[in-house]
Design a protein around this ligand. Structure first.
Ligand SMILES: Nc1nc2c(c(=O)[nH]1)N[C@H]1C(S)=C(S)[C@@H](COP(=O)(O)O)O[C@H]1N2
Ligand SMILES: [Mo]
Length: 423
């Protein structure tokens, strides 16, 4: 095949996708046919070794049961027997949400929602709000302290502000904090908080903070925090409180998250970084290396994923602790997947989804912020020896991410290093 044709075909996928995303009204069927054709063209021109590695990649969305579970509590609330769950409000039938004033730093509310007064919100009330206000968005759930994301989902819920408005705050409201079921033991309380402004508005084109009741089109399971959890789009997992029971409106002027313990940075937004998924085990000196990975698209976005294979017998770039002058190579950012995964019947995402085109069902921008992407690269063969493979992202502003961070407590993200022995 001529070099020119090869290039055309490999660019074809991106170009035609972009074109058809803009077309919208052409309908999803025409789009789907073209996307498949473009994908087939891309695959035909890819190195077979690389193509084989790409085919092994995880699905873009995670099955709800496959999320890694980060839950505190003794016993874990989702492990309680069904009868107990019904008694403590952990079923859709028994769930109640209170929206009350903070006794220590009172906000003035005309109409608090409380169990005592019989005014708490029940699940039917939430579904009533959902008819008018429900939204869905894609988000990767990541623990501030764990490098690897826990899972990616389509989260559905009612903006938290709708229940804040129901409580009719009139004065002295600066912070919203919230907690879930914690075995009615104050020592087990796990609370998160947000400035009220973030709850009432969605700056920088972010999705709203939601009271989430569905994940990937199914009722939120008990393990994922059901019947209702908070999901904060741009934040690490600890802000997305599970088994939600009470929202407290407060005049406190600062964060009061339980997670502030143990030195955690509770105001830190989701970071961009890259990591590998497939690195050849014991590559031979005459083989090119097919490498794949994922990148978390943090608040600052991802415009590139880059890799660098360094020969350990050579010195590292001098006076450059963060390798900014290293010979980084651009990897291929894979196009939106044709199969989303996540357990959707017939691969059909429930539209509308914020940031997705309603006609084609495709993301309007790619990489999609606050989600994950996958990448692949074929590195040319290298002589036998011990090497270190590093990968990183470059954000939307052209700044390499993760930035040098002197501490991990703002979100565990680093330039990944993988030893590679070429034999
Ligand atoms: N009520 C409650 N909510 C919680 C937690 C918890 O222990 N209790 N853990 C938090 C933390 S630290 C993380 S990282 C996420 C993990 O979400 P997942 O278990 O659904 O993956 O839930 C958050 N919500
Ligand atoms: Mo976490």
């Amino acid at each position: 095949m001529s070099k020119q044709l090869e290039r055309f075909l490999s660019e074809h996928a991106t170009v035609s996708r972009r074109f058809f995303l803009g077309l919208g009204a052409a309908g999803s069927l025409a789009w789907t046919r073209l996307a498949w054709a473009a994908e087939a063209a891309t695959q035909a021109t890819r190195n077979p070794r690389l193509q084989a590695a790409i085919e092994q990649l995880e699905s873009w969305l995670t099955l709800p049961d496959d999320f890694r579970d980060v839950s505190r509590g003794k016993p874990l609330p989702h492990s309680l027997p069904d009868e107990r769950k019904a008694e403590v409000g952990l079923t859709r039938e028994s769930w109640r949400l209170e929206v009350v004033s903070d006794p220590d730093n009172p906000a003035r509310l005309r109409s608090p929602l409380s169990i005592e007064d019989g005014t708490a919100l029940d699940f039917a009330g939430l579904m009533k709000l959902a008819e008018q206000y429900a939204v869905r968005f894609a988000k990767v759930m990541t623990c501030l302290n764990i490098g690897c994301p826990l899972g990616t989902g389509i989260w559905e819920g009612v903006p938290l502000r709708e229940v804040v408005w129901r409580a009719q705050p009139t004065e002295n409201l600066r912070r919203v904090f919230y907690h879930g079921y914690h075995n009615d033991d104050p020592a087990q309380l796990f609370r998160s908080s947000l400035p009220v402004g973030r709850v009432l508005e969605d700056p920088f084109d972010l999705p709203p903070v939601i009271l989430c009741y569905k994940l990937n089109g199914e009722w939120l399971t008990s393990e994922r925090g059901g019947p209702v959890r908070v999901v904060v789009p741009e934040a690490y997992g600890f802000k997305s409180i599970k088994w939600l029971q009470r929202v407290t409106l407060s005049n406190i002027s600062h964060a009061n998250d339980t997670y502030a313990e143990k030195n955690n940075d509770v105001d830190s937004p989701l970071k961009s970084f890259a990591a590998t998924l497939h690195v050849p085990k014991e590559p031979k000196a005459d083989e090119p290396l097919a490498i794949t990975g994922y990148a978390q698209v943090g608040l600052s976005g991802v415009s590139k994923v880059q890799v660098w294979l360094h020969d350990d017998s050579q010195p590292l770039p001098e006076g450059d602790r963060y390798f900014s002058t290293a010979p980084w190579l651009d990897a291929e950012i894979l196009a939106p997947p044709l199969n989303w995964g996540g357990g959707f019947a017939d691969n059909k995402l429930p539209l509308p989804i914020l940031g997705f085109d309603e006609e084609t069902g495709q993301p309007k921008q790619w990489p999609l912020r606050l989600a994950k992407i996958h990448w692949a690269v074929l590195l040319p063969r290298r002589p036998a020896g011990q090497y270190t493979l590093r990968c990183r992202t470059v954000d939307d502003k052209g700044i390499a991410q993760p930035m040098p961070r002197p501490f991990r407590k703002s979100g565990h993200s680093a330039i990944e290093q993988v030893p590679v022995k070429i034999g």
